[in-house]
Design a protein around this ligand. Structure first.
Ligand code: TPP
Ligand code: SF4
Length: 255
C-alpha cells in the first residue's frame, strides 16, 4: 500500500544533523519558518537575518540568502536591506540576549518606525550560546551562571523584560503576538501567528513580530521533558500568550 507522506524535512533545510541540543526550541521554529517560506514560495526572494546566538549557524544549513549582522543589530541591518530592496522578504530572527539586551534600542526604533520587516523573537530566558548567563528575560528566582542563587530584583538584577507588552504601545507595530512551541498544539498556533506576520509584510502594512517562548534544557540544567514543563508552568505565567496587536490595533493578550 502506498503511504501518504504527511510530515518531513523541509527542502530548505540541508540533510545535515541539527546543531541544536535535544529539547531545544530553535529547530522547531526553523521548521515552521521553512514550511511557511515554501508555502508562500518565498525562498528565492527572501533574506534570513541570522542572529548572534545559537542560531547563528542557520546560514550553514538553510537554503536561503542570509545576512549576519553584529550582535543586536539585526533590526538596523534588516531596515537597510528592506529599504534598498522593498520587494525582498526580510525575515529577522533574534534571541532574547540579541533582541532584548544588547539590541533593545534597535528593535524599539525599528518597530516605532514601522519598518516593513518581520521579526521572529525566540525567548528562552537565557543566553544560550555563551553558556547560560542571565538575560533580561530570565525569570525572577531562575538560576543562571551569573546569578547562581536565582535572579533577585532586590539585589539590582532587574525584572523580567516583557517585549510584547513594551512594543504594544508603539504606533508603528501592525502585528504582535506571543506564542510557544512546547506542545504540538502550540506549534500549530505559532505557525498561524507567523503566517499573519508574513501577511503584514507581504501586504506592506508595516512592522510585525512574533515572540516565541522556547526551551534551553542545557543551560537551564534540565532534562528536555522537564524543560518543556518549565515553559508551561513558569514561563507562560510570566509571559502571557496571545495576540497583542492586530491590524495596528491593541488587543487583549490571549483573546
Ligand atoms: C558585541 C558582542 N557582545 C557579546 C557577544 C557574545 N554573545 C554571543 S551570543 C550571545 C548571547 C546569545 O543569547 P540569545 O540572544 O538569547 O540567543 P540564544 O543563544 O539563547 O539562542 C552573546 C552575549 C558577541 N558575540 N558580540
Ligand atoms: S544551548 Fe540552549 S538555545 Fe543553544 S542549542 Fe542548546 S538548548 Fe538550544
Amino acid at each position: 500500500m502506498e503511504m501518504e507522506k504527511i510530515a518531513g524535512r523541509s527542502s530548505l533545510w540541508d540533510a545535515k544533523p541539527s546543531p541544536y541540543c535535544p529539547g531545544c526550541g530553535h529547530g522547531v521554529v526553523h521548521r515552521v519558518l521553512c514550511e511557511l517560506i515554501e508555502e508562500y514560495n518565498l525562498a528565492d526572494n527572501c533574506v534570513f537575518m541570522a542572529p548572534v546566538g545559537c542560531s547563528i549557524l542557520a546560514y550553514t544549513f538553510l537554503g536561503l540568502d542570509v545576512c549576519q549582522s553584529a550582535h543586536g543589530r539585526t533590526p538596523a541591518a534588516a531596515t537597510g536591506i528592506k529599504r534598498a530592496r522593498p520587494d525582498t522578504f526580510v525575515l529577522a530572527y533574534q534571541g532574547d540576549g540579541d533582541l532584548a539586551s544588547i539590541g533593545t534600542a534597535e528593535i524599539i526604533h525599528a518597530a516605532n518606525r514601522g519598518e516593513n520587516i518581520t521579526t521572529i523573537f525566540v525567548n528562552n530566558a537565557i543566553y544560550g550560546m555563551t553558556g547560560g548567563q542571565m538575560a533580561p528575560t530570565t525569570l525572577a528566582g531562575q538560576t543562571a551562571t551569573t546569578c547562581s542563587n536565582g535572579r533577585d530584583a532586590s539585589l539590582g538584577m532587574g525584572n523580567p523584560l516583557r517585549v510584547c507588552e513594551m512594543l504594544q504601545s508603539l504606533a508603528g507595530v501592525t502585528y504582535l503576538a506571543r506564542t510557544t512551541v512546547h506542545t504540538p498544539a502550540n506549534v500549530i498556533k505559532t505557525k498561524i501567528a507567523i503566517k499573519k506576520a508574513f501577511d503584514v509584510q507581504l501586504k506592506r502594512q508595516g512592522f510585525s513580530l512574533v515572540e516565541i517562548l522556547s526551551s534551553c534544557p542545557v543551560n537551564w540544567g534540565m532534562q528536555p521533558v522537564a524543560a518543556l514543563d518549565f515553559v508551561d508552568k513558569k514561563m507562560v505565567p510570566q509571559y502571557p500568550l496571545g495576540e497583542f496587536k492586530v491590524g495596528g490595533v491593541s488587543v487583549t493578550p490571549g483573546a
